[in-house]
Structure formats: structure tokens, C-alpha cells
Design a protein around this ligand. Sequence first.
Ligand code: ASP
Length: 254
Amino acid sequence: AGGSALDAVEAAVRSLEDNPNFNAGTGACLTTEGNIQLDAGIMDGSALSVGAVADVQLIKNPISLARKVLESPHALLVGQGAQQFAQEKGISLCRLEDLMTERQHNKWKAATSPTSADEEKHGTVGAVALDTFGRLAAATSTGGILNKYPGRVGDSPLIGCGFYADENAAISCTGDGEDFIRLLIAKRAADFVARGDTARDAAQAAIAVLGAKATGTGGLIVVDRLGNVGFAWNSRHMSHAYMIEGMDEQITGV
Ligand code: ASP
């Protein structure tokens, strides 16, 4: 409707953060200590402006805090400083109970057993968009990995790892963060688009790199400057949905 890609990805991720079924914002997973530490990142490809927060607590919508960081001189704020920044920007702290769902609490209790399935640990959210002015944007938000070590930060708030946007493509990732970090999966996918791949081919090529070079699994969503949509994953599932001009309804899958 003529709005900006940046506003669109922030709004989409906010609504997913507020949905208790996803591991981001409300419904995020717990650390080994039973705490909730959130990570999020957002990028405007047209300006190459970026904002991210890591290891933040008691923030209902970390993506909107990341957006405030994008609008500041900083690129990434962590922990206590990020929370101070939130308060300076008028974002008030919520309670731990506002973020914690019974489902995640139960999963955390069960996670001490070594039989907990790896696939149960995920649920990161993300969005990518291209607007009518040709601007691309990407956003990712997560509670991280269930039973993570306190202070552990994954790929989601790290530029080029869990999200990236430039003039060619916008990318958001989910999966085993440590592998996405060492392989710079989001930036790699952007580079594949820059060399001429479509969004679809770039997504598949990035997952092929993940499969060839690491044992971790995951997936990514991509939109390119022509509005082509791509997604690929080598984990068991990756819920996804997209809508492009001319479509009456979104296409969804898991
Ligand atoms: N990538 C996230 C992390 O490692 C987790 C996920 O996407 O499921 O923190």
C-alpha cells in the first residue's frame, strides 16, 4: 500500500513476537537458568542501516528496540546497555511472566532430559520485504535455543549471519545459530543474488553450503530486488508464508 519495506518487516515480526506459538518475544524459550534472553536484528537494504539487540530481558518486542537502534548511531547493543537504551527511548520493561508461556516452561523442564528432540528447540521468526520504491528490508527475532547457556548469543542479531539486506536481496534465517555465524549464511545468500542467482536459487545454494560445511540445520527466506521469493531449509520443518503483487491470498507451508 505504498509503505516502506522496513516498516513492513518490523510490523510482521512484532505480530509474530506477540504470537505465543513462536520462540520470540512472548513464547520465547528459556535459558538453563529459567530466564528469557532475547535477540533481534533489522536492516534497511537501501540505506545499509542496521540495528540489533542481543541478550535483552523484559522487552516485549525486541524487534522494535532493534529498530530504535537502527535509528541511532549504534548498530548493536547488548544486555544491560540495551535495556537502558530501551528506557531512554520510552520502551518500558515488561515482566518475565508476560513473556513466559506454560508451553515453554514445560519444554524447559523436559529439556533437562537428554532425549529432548533437537527440532523442538527452534521457532525463531523473521520477515523480508520489497516495497514499491524498490527498497529491501529484513528482520529476525528469537529467544535463541532452548536451554541455552546464559549470555549465549546466536546468529539472529548478528548482521550477515541471521539477517541481511542490501540493494539486491533481503534475507532472514533460522537454525543452529553457531553454524549460521561461522558460515555468514545471510550475507552468503545476498552474495549469491548479487552474482545473478534468483532468490530461490540463492536460498538453495546457501542451504547447500550449510549442509556441506556444518552439522547444524536450519533454513532461510529471501526476497530479491525483482520481487522473486525464495526459501529453503534442511531442518525437518520451516513454517513460511509469502504474498506478492497480484495474489489474493498468501501461500503458506511448514
Ligand atoms: N538461530 C537461532 C539461534 O541460534 C535459533 C533458531 O533459529 O531456532 O539463536
